[in-house]
Design a protein around this ligand. Structure first.
Ligand SMILES: [Zn+2]
Length: 226
């Protein structure tokens, strides 16, 4: 069966350079909708001045360049097609039909409301139906959605939905536990608060014992601290 090519229309319109056709944006011709690197650096100088400092002083001269380079890493997910990551699958599984879990995947994302980090971990599981995917691909998929401006709820759903649509397994489960720096370093200044989100599809949603098995294997994040 042929998985849909890019079902996430809503996922790829958010950022400046995005989707499967944007691979050339970083090194190639400037996109009309995307500001130039010089404009991005100028925006950083504006923010430095707005914060109350002098962008021409020695310690800050190279900062706009470094910030823009950092942004290329922080938001590298816009350059990745999440569907593409899961296209190469293995069908010789000798009938393996038990749960596949990748747990404690380091997650670095960025809150779309404050543009500060969301740091945590993701746990991803699926119940294969005929096809499995290399485990590094699941980690890559998490990264493809994390390295964007995000909210945790949407990111959780996007990861689960993509696995569901491309691999078409018996079920998918995604749990993300993360701390939001917009909550720890500003606003209410509450440290040690972890937000837990989950999306269960197929057997993980309909079969309580499957869900329990998954949750116990990842250490039951939703009941921790009780
Ligand atoms: Zn925020």
């Amino acid at each position: 069966m042929t998985p849909p090519k890019t079902p996430h229309a809503d996922n790829v319109v958010r950022g400046p350079g995005h989707g499967s056709t944007s691979g050339s944006l970083r090194h190639g011709a400037p996109d009309e909708a995307r500001p130039s690197r010089a404009e991005a650096e100028e925006a950083v100088r504006t923010l430095i001045r707005w914060a109350g400092d002098d962008p021409t002083r020695e310690g800050l001269v190279g900062t706009p360049d470094r910030v823009v380079r950092s942004y290329e890493e922080f938001f590298a997910g816009y350059e990745i097609d999440p569907v593409d990551i899961l296209q190469r699958t293995f069908e010789e599984t000798d009938g393996y039909d038990e749960m596949v879990i990748l747990r404690d995947i380091r997650l670095e994302s960025y809150c779309e409301h404050h543009m500060v980090p969301i740091i945590g971990k993701a746990h991803v599981a699926y119940l294969p139906r005929h096809r499995v995917v290399g485990i590094s691909k699941l980690a890559r998929l998490v990264e493809a959605y994390a390295k964007r401006l995000q909210i945790q709820e949407k990111m959780t759903a996007q990861i689960a939905n993509t696995i569901d649509e491309v691999l078409q397994p018996e079920g998918v489960a995604v749990v993300i536990e993360a701390q939001h720096q917009c909550m720890t370093t500003r606003g209410v200044h509450k440290t040690g608060v972890t937000m837990v989100t989950s999306r269960m599809l197929g057997a993980f949603r309909t079969d309580p014992s499957t869900r329990r098995e998954f949750l116990s294997m990842i250490g039951n994040p939703s009941s921790r601290g009780e």
